[in-house]
Design a protein around this ligand. Sequence first.
Ligand code: ZN
Ligand code: ZN
Length: 307
Amino acid sequence: MSISLQYKSVFRHPCDPHKCYRQQFTARVQCAATTRQSRTKDQQAVAANELQLLSSSPPLVIPTVTLKKPMLDDPDLQSTWTHRAWVASGSISILVSLLKSANSVAMDPNLSLEPVVAGIVGYLLADLGSGVYHWAIDNYGDATTPVVGSQIEAFQGHHRFPWTITRREFANNLHALARVITFTVLPISLASDEPLFNAFVGMFGGCIMFSQQFHAWAHGTKSKLPPLVLALQDSGVLVSRAEHGAHHRAPYNNNYCIVSGAWNKILDENNVFEALEMILYFRLGVRPRSWSEPNSDWTEETLPMEQ
Ligand SMILES: [Zn+2]
Ligand SMILES: [Zn+2]
């Protein structure tokens, strides 16, 4: 028998951490009298460790608060002037970095190839970074986690209500990342005169900031997406709808990268995240949420009817 306590808070908007639509504690109880399959060493170790953890677990009280579903015309999905200001400052930060690099190339034509390579490396590593960050906040922490609690809750809520990302206005969707880019990329790009570094930082920061837009397009309907976006998705420059769609289906533990998706196959086929999860589990005793899936908190709720 195993009992695992799960906690998931759903749909807190990143710009207002006090708005909360749903919180739920659940306990899963699984029983098996006999099994013909022998356990692997890893499974035996996990089971033994869980028994130890259960003995020190708090009582399995299950408070459930039902919160309202997001609506199609939800004001929380609309952009405010503050959102637009952050997106403008994030975009300026990226432009400063890229323009400084381009200016260096104009002054020294011998540099033309290296900054381009540095930019491509930035684009590729941004995809990897988006996957690692997405995996971490999908699987660990909750709304009370310092600094990234609202991001964790927003991403977990996205699994329950993925359609909201297609209804969220542009600046509303990007402002949280734009704020991070403003505080990190702008000081770096103002201080640095190194063209390769500026090209790398500009592309990396730009792809990270716009990753939420690429993510929104991955949820788009083919007939409603601009032809250029479709072409970029189909050619693998941007994460495809099919690839990201797989992330939203059981077992909910793959295809985490949301820039180009170039790293998804490499990470998933080599079980990179599973290995990290095992290390964290045995070192810290923390279970990733994906080990307890599927449950109703990860399964998608359908779009409300248009009125
Ligand atoms: Zn996810
Ligand atoms: Zn998604």
